[in-house]
Every structure is written in C-alpha cells, then in structure tokens.
Write a protein that binds this ligand. Structure first.
Ligand SMILES: *Cc1c(COP(=O)(O)O)cnc(C)c1O
Length: 356
C-alpha cells in the first residue's frame, strides 16, 4: 500500500476544543466547514459530540452530511440559505442559519413555515464582505422579529484582521458592532480562532473557533498550547546518490553541489502538498530534521538524506504535523495553514485517539 497518510489525532482535536471553550467562556460552535478543514467532518464532529455545544458549516449539504451521520446538536449554516427550497430543509433538519443579506429576509418572510426558526443575524462591522451595516442592522432585526418566522436572533460579526494583534482594525470592528447592536437584545457571537486567543473584548456568548481546533495557531506567537491534529506523512520509497553538478527533478531546480544522497518520497502536489515550496523547506525523516530538495512532482517529492546515513527505504517522512508545524510549510508556500489543510486529498486517512 502507498505509504502516504494523514493521521488525525482526535484527542488533540478534543483538547483544542476544550481549550477554545476555556479561553473564551460561554459556548462554542466547532467550525467543521470544508470537511473540517480537510480533516473529515463526520469523524471530527463525532469525536466532539459529547462536548460540542454545536457546529458551524458553510452551507446546507455540509450540514446534511452531519445529520445523516447522527449528529444531533445545533448546526449553523454560515452562508445561510441560497433559495426558498433550502429553508424547508433547514426547518426539517433543525438547522440554524445566518442571515447576511436582504434576500434571505424576504425568503423567510415568504416561507410557509409551521414553526419559527433560530437565526444568526450578521453585522458587517468592517470586513465589508457580508452582513448589514449600521442602522440597517436594527431594521433587519425588526423585520425578522415581525415576520413571525423567526424564534430567536443571535447577533454576530466576523473579523478581518484578528490575527494581527498590533492592528487597530479589530478594535474598530468591535466598536462598530457594539454601536450597531446597542439597543438589540439577544446573544452575541464575534470570535473566530484568532479572537478567541487574542481579543478578550470579543468574547461574548458564543465563540466560533475553526483553525485552532485543528491545532494551527493563527496568532504570530505560537505559544497557546494547541496540539496539531493532522500529521501528513509518507515514506522513502527509493534512494540514490548523485554527483556534484547532477540535476534533480523537473526543471533541474536543484543541482547537487556535493555528493548528495536523495530519498524519493511518495507524496506530491496531487495529495495536497504544495508545489510552490522552495528547496530547503523543512521536514523530518525518522524524526530527524531534513529538507526538501528539487521540485515537488504530482506523486512524488525528493528529500536530502546526505546527513542521515541510517535513513533509507521505509524511513518515515513527516511533511507537517507534530514535528513540522503546518504554519512553517504554509509560510514557505506563501499561503496559510487553512489552505494546505483543506487541500489534502488522495492519501489514506487514519483516525487515532479516543473515539477513533
Ligand atoms: C470560517 C469561519 C470561522 C472560523 O474561522 P477560524 O479563523 O478558522 O477560526 C468563524 N466564523 C465565520 C463566519 C467563518 O466563516
């Protein structure tokens, strides 16, 4: 069997959820959209089922997958519904929905619902992507309240720059949210992962942690006690020595300057390992630090074994995880951990820990 593998540590996931809830206080929706950031939404939701207050996904189909797997807690649709037919499904499956746009209010007003539904009303406090601004918030709230289709209204907003502790933008968004919702009753939800960890003023009734659940710290200083959940690993499947001056891989990006011992690893960009990382990107071989050399191919990549004479065919190679922080690889690839984690595919998934 091809050794490419994503190990998913469900104990670490549970630890990180507990940590988010402790840091924030109140209740926390575990954000498991995009297949739990690539970790497997059903398995992750099940592993959190005895502690999670609820879950958040992007849209209806993601919620239905969890309901079909027996998840009974509240599930919030972060994008809300796209058409009136989805409202029927939302009612039938007991889902919660974000309302961020006036069309969604119109759909609710017109919907033939037998019981009123809980709604999360989204305030645009400065990200300018979705939600109602300023006085339009109270107006939207009144319409929802008067519609007879809505049971209770949670007020929410989302931060654009909560992962930048030195920047004023988050404080501005907080002030804008508080001003826009001053006279409105109901629970509040502001904090994503970065705000759970770095912005106590944003701690209200509900947190919405995503990336921190998976152990990738969104804040610059990674000292928050998160445990990595995914370890992406494979093994050396062939070894060769090349002479000084010999090229390696596509485009001959790497050329040996000295006799170089190369390990060929069963992992490529079709598995989700980023093609854009440079020579020297860190990884471990049998838990020893080493580096990627040569361009990443679709199915394979190459690593430097020159300083590791004991390593050979079968040696375990960690691309990211407990030994190699995914944030390091994200930085090398000029992206964020979120994108790397979401993109893992084709490899085998192995679930470990209690409830696996
Ligand atoms: C994805 C998402 C989150 C989670 O964000 P993280 O940065 O992963 O914690 C929270 N709230 C909303 C509205 C989201 O779309």
């Amino acid at each position: 069997m091809r050794p490419a593998l994503a190990r998913i540590d469900l104990d670490a996931l549970r630890h990180n959820y507990r940590l988010a809830r402790q840091r924030h206080g109140g209740r926390a929706l575990a954000v498991v959209k995009a297949n739990a950031y690539g970790h497997g939404a059903v398995r992750c939701a099940q592993a959190l089922a005895d502690q999670a207050d609820g879950y958040a996904v992007a849209f209806l189909d993601e919620a239905l997958e969890l309901r079909a797997a027996g998840i009974t807690q509240p599930i919030l649709l972060l994008e809300g519904v796209f058409d009136a037919a989805e409202l029927t499904a939302v009612a039938e499956h007991g889902l919660w929905q974000v309302v961020h746009h006036e069309d969604q209010i119109r759909m609710l007003e017109a919907a033939p619902l037998s019981t009123p539904l809980p709604v999360w009303l989204k305030v645009n406090s400065g990200m300018n992507r979705a939600g109602f601004v300023g006085p339009a918030v109270a107006h939207a709230w009144q319409r929802l309240h008067a519609s007879g289709k809505v049971s209770d209204i949670t007020l929410m907003t989302h931060f654009a720059r909560a992962d930048e502790p030195q920047v004023i933008a988050t404080a501005d968004q907080l002030a804008e949210f508080d001003a826009a919702t001053r006279d409105l009753p109901g629970p509040r939800s502001l904090a994503n992962s970065a705000a759970v960890l770095g912005w106590p003023d944003a701690h209200r009734d509900w947190a919405r942690p995503g990336i921190l659940l998976y152990g990738a710290d969104p804040m610059p200083a990674e000292n928050n006690g998160l445990r990595p959940v995914m370890t992406l690993e494979s093994a050396v499947i062939a070894v060769r020595e090349i002479r000084p001056g010999a090229p390696l891989g596509y485009g001959a990006r790497f050329v040996a300057e000295q006799p170089t011992r190369i390990g060929l690893v069963a992992m490529g960009y079709a598995d989700g390992y980023p093609r854009t990382v440079p020579d020297g990107t860190p990884l471990t071989v049998d838990s020893q630090p080493s580096r990627l050399i040569g361009r990443v191919s679709m199915d394979m990549l190459t690593v430097d074994l020159t300083h590791l004479p004991a390593a050979g065919i079968g040696s375990r190679v960690e691309l990211w995880g407990k030994e190699v922080p995914v944030n390091r690889i994200a930085a090398a690839a000029n992206t964020i951990s979120y994108e790397l984690l979401c993109n893992v595919k084709r490899v085998a998934f192995r679930y470990e820990g209690e409830g696996a």
